[in-house]
Every structure is written in C-alpha cells, then in structure tokens.
Write a protein that binds this ligand. Structure first.
Ligand SMILES: [Zn+2]
Length: 89
C-alpha cells in the first residue's frame, strides 16, 4: 500500500494533537499535575491498545489509531524521563 505525503502529514498532525492531550486533560499548572492520564497505568493501557491495533488489517483507520497512540505515548515517555517521572496511577 503506497503512502502519500498527505497521509504522512495527516498522521503527523494526529500524533502532534495526541501528544498535547495529556497536558490538556491535566494542565501543567503545578509540579504535581501528573495524575491518571500521565500515569504508568495509562502508559500500560496505551501499550495494550497498540498491541491490539497492530493486529488489525492495514487501513487508514489503523494508521490513524497508531499515530494517536504513538503521539500520546511519546508525551508520557518524555515525562517519564524527567526527575518527577510518572505516578503509578
Ligand atoms: Zn505532561
């Protein structure tokens, strides 16, 4: 299945939006803002969802879901590397 530039741009935009979602749900207004949507449990849930999505037949919907999961997961991975890291739940 050939991938068009527009398709790549769409995935990049979806990933960027999803990467902003954790701080939209739990605004970074203090150093203790990370709760459930920034948690290890949420990251595990993302991993579980990704393991299900990769088994789906190739489609634009599957690509969109993977872009969303990767974007959200990249935010949590970046936060996990900070000194405060992620709460368990
Ligand atoms: Zn964050």
């Amino acid at each position: 299945m050939p991938v068009s530039g527009l398709r790549i741009l769409r995935s990049a935009c979806l990933g960027a939006l999803a990467a902003a979602l954790p701080d939209f749900l739990e605004p970074a207004d203090s150093s203790h803002h990370r709760r459930f949507f920034h948690s290890v449990i949420a990251l595990c849930g993302l991993g579980w969802m990704a393991s299900r999505v990769v088994r789906m037949p190739p489609s634009e919907f599957r690509s969109d879901l993977l872009a969303l999961l990767a974007g959200y997961g990249s935010h949590l991975a970046a936060d996990a590397l900070t000194p405060r890291s992620l709460p368990l739940c």
